[in-house]
Design a protein around this ligand. Structure first.
Ligand SMILES: Cc1cc2nc3c(=O)[nH]c(=O)nc-3n(C[C@H](O)[C@H](O)[C@H](O)COP(=O)(O)O)c2cc1C
Length: 171
C-alpha cells in the first residue's frame, strides 16, 4: 500500500508522532512523510492510506489542517486516520471524537473511509506558558503541576502507542 503521513507542527511534537507513524508504516509499505506545506491537494489522491496530523489550537485542529481537508482530492478506496497532540493531560473520549470532527466530515464528503484518530500529550512551547497560564487563570502552583505533567511529551510511551495505532490501521 502507498501511505502518506502529512502534518502541521509548530514546535515539533506532532512531527515526532508523524515520524513514528512513518517508521511503523515503512516496515511493510511504501510510505512518505511530508509537511502539509509540501503537498498539493492532488498529491493526496495518489495514496491508499493517509494519516493527517495537527496540534490542538484553542480546542480545534489548526487552520492549515482544516484548509487541507477542505481542498484535498480523493480517489476511490482510500482510508484516512488522524493524529492530534495537545498539552492537556487527557480529554474525555467524546471530546477527542469532537476534535476529529473536521477529519470525519472531510472523509464523509469525499468518500474516504475514516479509520480513527490517535491523540497524545505534547508539551506546550515555553513561549506560550505565560499567556496560557493567564488564560486558564491558574495559580503558579497549579501551573507548575501542569508543566511537570506535560514535560517530556510526546514520550517513548506516546511514540509506542502511535506506532501500535498505525499498525492497527494498516493491518
Ligand atoms: C496557539 C496555541 C493554542 C493551543 N491551544 C491548545 C488547546 O486548546 N488545548 C490543548 O490541549 N493544547 C493547546 N495547545 C498546545 C499544543 O496543542 C501542544 O503543545 C502540541 O503538542 C503542539 O504541537 P506542535 O509541537 O506539533 O506544534 C496550544 C498551543 C498553541 C501554540
Amino acid at each position: 500500500m502507498k501511505v502518506l503521513i502529512t502534518f502541521f507542527s509548530q514546535s515539533g511534537n506532532t512531527e515526532k508522532i508523524a515520524k513514528a507513524i512513518w517508521e511503523e508504516a515503512s516496515l511493510a509499505h511504501e510510505a512518505d512523510c511530508k509537511k502539509l506545506e509540501d503537498i498539493t491537494p492532488g498529491d493526496v489522491a495518489l495514496y491508499d492510506v493517509i494519516f493527517i496530523g495537527s496540534p490542538l489550537h484553542s480546542g480545534s485542529l489548526t487552520t492549515p489542517v482544516k484548509e487541507c481537508l477542505s481542498v484535498l482530492q480523493a480517489s476511490s478506496g482510500q482510508k484516512m486516520a488522524g493524529f492530534i497532540t495537545h498539552f492537556a493531560p487527557a480529554y474525555p473520549e467524546q471530546d477527542m471524537d469532537g476534535f476529529a470532527e473536521p477529519i470525519k466530515a472531510a472523509c464523509k464528503e469525499k468518500g474516504i473511509e475514516y479509520v480513527g484518530c490517535f491523540d497524545c500529550q505534547g508539551a506546550l512551547a515555553e513561549s506560550m506558558h505565560e499567556p496560557v497560564q493567564k488564560k486558564l487563570n491558574l495559580s503558579d502552583k497549579a501551573w507548575a503541576g501542569m508543566v511537570k505533567q506535560m514535560t517530556g511529551h510526546p514520550n517513548e510511551e506516546d511514540v509506542a502507542n502511535a506506532k501500535a495505532c498505525a499498525k492497527a490501521v494498516l493491518a
